[in-house]
Write a protein that binds this ligand. Sequence first.
Ligand code: 2AM
Length: 179
Amino acid sequence: MRLFVGIDFPPELRQCLALLCAGLPGARWVEPENLHLTLAFIGETDDETARALDVELGRLRAPAFDVTLTGVNVFGAGGRKPRSLWVGVEACEALVLLQGRVEAAMVRAGLAPEGRKFTPHVTLARLKDAPTGRLAEYLSGNGLFRLGPIAIGDVVLFESVLGRAGAHYTALARYPLAG
Ligand code: 2AM
């Protein structure tokens, strides 16, 4: 099983985000139903570890909170070869706290923590040779994008199934945050 832990959004909010998924050549857009915020990528996992992770995530205690999505940006070698396009998240201590607790749950389940700095984001597209000028236009044209506050009431354990048309994400379990 290929797993990750994240946050999903209600369909109407995914539809708002999906409005950003157009107008850039070289972008392979994420399907609206797949739009999510990754807290921790786990990767290929055996059943026993997956069960241990489920138990530990079930023990996770963290408060529910609101997030606001804001702005658009790219990841990739110093901006010269951008490889993914994403929507950012306004600074949110509760989200950082939650991500730390998810990593702690992973470690208790016998998994290695991610190790890299958490940059909360919602990936909109993978980029392949997006023309520099068009990308700059896209980023400045959507720079004021803002969506929220969005109430986050649970954390989701997702399975990622890789198919020919790309990955499809299925929610395997939900862990409620404290009201
Ligand atoms: P990304 O969207 O920011 O690229 C499921 O694959 C999720 O896990 C993706 O949203 C992806 O984040 C994240 N992820 C993190 N590291 C990954 C990796 N090495 N391979 C695939 N996905 C990864």
